[in-house]
Ligand binder design. Sequence first.
Ligand SMILES: O=C(O)CCC(=O)C(=O)O
Length: 203
Amino acid sequence: MGMNDSERGWIEVRDLLTAAESAVIVEECATICADPSNRHPRDKPVAGTIHLEALDQRVGEVAELLARAALRHAVAAWFASDHIPEPLQVSLRSPGPGFGDQDLHRDTMEGPPPEIPEVVTAIVALTDFTEHNGSTRIIPGSHRTSQPAATFRGRRRAVDEAVLTGPAGTAFVFSGHALHAGGRNESTCHRHALQIVWRRGQF
Ligand SMILES: O=C(O)CCC(=O)C(=O)O
């Protein structure tokens, strides 16, 4: 029997976006990258891993996505509250071929796992997430442990880690306490994804 969502540490939301909607957001992001007059201080439009920030304020389709019930239900389930804070971060994260290989890390403070996560993170696949194109890795159950992320420094793998795969438009909504990392993109194309972070108590 498999673990349920709250035990494994992530909720999978299939079809949050259609393939066509995902492609529109990728196009909008490409337009931003090509326009030097449209820059956020933390954008990295030309990099091994492309980053664009504050996309809820720059891409209408992203702002609209944040209001979708399926996403809001998943975030509300983690926070055990229908009151969802404003997202702290709404960014594009697109590792190119050979990039993306992160160390496993948490998006919140190290230490004992909180009953209710301080932070909830969503990764929304904008291209198909496969085993080999840099899909996010996550250690099931790690949102309930206090194992230091430093255990995995040097791109160390966990024996039981899972790779979050699914078609473009799938969202993976996880406790920010879960140990996770972008995988290495072994494909010939960018792996586009939105990374959205909410923090409890954020207004
Ligand atoms: O890109 C991903 O798959 C994960 C990104 C991530 O965890 C981060 O940048 O903190």
